[in-house]
Design a protein around this ligand. Structure first.
Ligand SMILES: NC(=O)c1ccc[n+]([C@@H]2O[C@H](COP(=O)([O-])OP(=O)(O)OC[C@H]3O[C@@H](n4cnc5c(N)ncnc54)[C@H](O)[C@@H]3O)[C@@H](O)[C@H]2O)c1
Length: 314
């Protein structure tokens, strides 16, 4: 069986993910889509130029939605990162207009060609755009996820790891809620050095959880201000999700997935495999964390409902 993955959007994020998929030999067929034909063809040619020096061969298909009919995974990285340039408030919703229109257009096309694999959405505002893709593709909710707080969780693990001088992979736990300003670090879930981090913080005055939470939330913009886009961290997160789905890994990862109790997509860990979300989890959060998560989810839901009304009226 060939492993076929589509990447819609060949900007900074989409092209980095496509490169990751290619050089790691994760896919047999890579379908690249972008409205910018010139950029699309340049990337496809550049990838083909890499093939003779790679250990594995990947067929590269250009701008063909029909080729996505039998894709295992389609990743959405459409956008216009330029609109974030003067975004002093660090609000990912500045991309809502352009990306919600794209979600309706691309989602409808995927539905028309009969795509029935797993859709992984990266585009911002991530949770709302993932929810729009679920609506416009008509796919079951478990087959549509957003990268959500997987990247924020990586930033959280990095911040904790650096503070305690351990590999971030030795830190477990999550950032939950919106991939945006209402996210929060769920400290009750964070474990490192064999202990919960709140116990470590209680006896270590140098371990400031508030500043680690702030570093987690602001991490993306720290990178953004240096080069006006971010790509490596998010592409690694997306590669992890795509690999989990193709491998049918049944792995626990935080991502934006539909949570029935809040009636919305939001960042929360789930078990991921071939069908997308194959099992949901229930964390034992503190009352304060439950409140923060409900507020964050409510914010996402309200913005989603408003966006659907607007798109329906167009
Ligand atoms: N979820 C996350 O953690 C995370 C992290 C980084 C970036 N992002 C988001 O990813 C998106 C892409 O970022 P980028 O830096 O690559 O942006 P970019 O502007 O460099 O590239 C976007 C690409 O999408 C293409 N595009 C736009 N509309 C399209 C459509 N309807 N169909 C096909 N292609 C279309 C554009 O031509 C462009 O090549 C943005 O929304 C960005 O905010 C999300």
């Amino acid at each position: 069986m060939t492993r076929k993955v589509g990447v819609v959007g060949q900007g900074h994020v989409g092209e980095t993910l496509a490169n990751n998929l290619l050089v790691t030999g994760t896919v047999d067929e890579l379908v690249l889509i972008d409205t910018n034909e010139k950029k699309l063809n340049a990337n496809a040619t550049d990838f083909e130029d890499a093939e003779a020096n790679l250990p594995t061969y990947t067929k590269v298909v250009r701008n063909d939605y029909n080729a996505l009919k039998d894709a295992d995974v389609v990743v959405i990285a459409v956008g216009n990162i330029g609109v974030q340039k003067d975004n002093a408030k660090h609000d990912r919703f500045v991309e809502l207009n352009v990306n919600s229109t794209a979600a309706k257009e691309v989602g409808t096309k995927l539905k028309e060609v009969g795509f029935n694999g797993v859709l992984v959405s990266i585009s911002n505002p991530c949770d709302v755009i993932a929810a729009l893709f679920q609506k416009y593709t008509g796919l079951p909710k478990n087959q549509v996820i957003g990268t959500g707080t997987l990247l924020d969780t990586a930033r959280l693990r990095k911040a904790v790891g650096q503070a305690l001088d351990v590999d971030p992979r030795s830190v477990t736990g999550y950032a939950l809620g919106e991939h945006g300003n209402s996210q929060f670090a769920a400290w009750s879930q964070v474990r490192v050095l064999g202990q919960n981090i709140t116990d470590l913080a209680a006896v270590n005055d140098d371990l400031n959880l508030d500043s680690l939470a702030e570093a987690t939330k602001a991490g993306g913009y720290t990178v953004f201000h240096g080069k006006l886009y971010t790509n490596f961290g998010i592409a690694a997160a997306a590669l992890r999700l795509v690999t989990a789905i193709l491998n049918d890994a049944n792995i626990e990862l935080p991502c934006s997935n539909f949570r029935e109790e809040y009636g919305t997509y939001c960042g929360y860990p789930a078990i991921l495999g071939k069908g997308g979300v194959v099992k949901q989890l229930q964390l034992n959060l503190t009352d304060d964390e439950k409140k923060k998560l409900a507020e964050s989810a409510n914010y996402i839901k309200t913005r989603f409902d408003d966006t659907v009304k607007k798109l329906d009226a167009e």
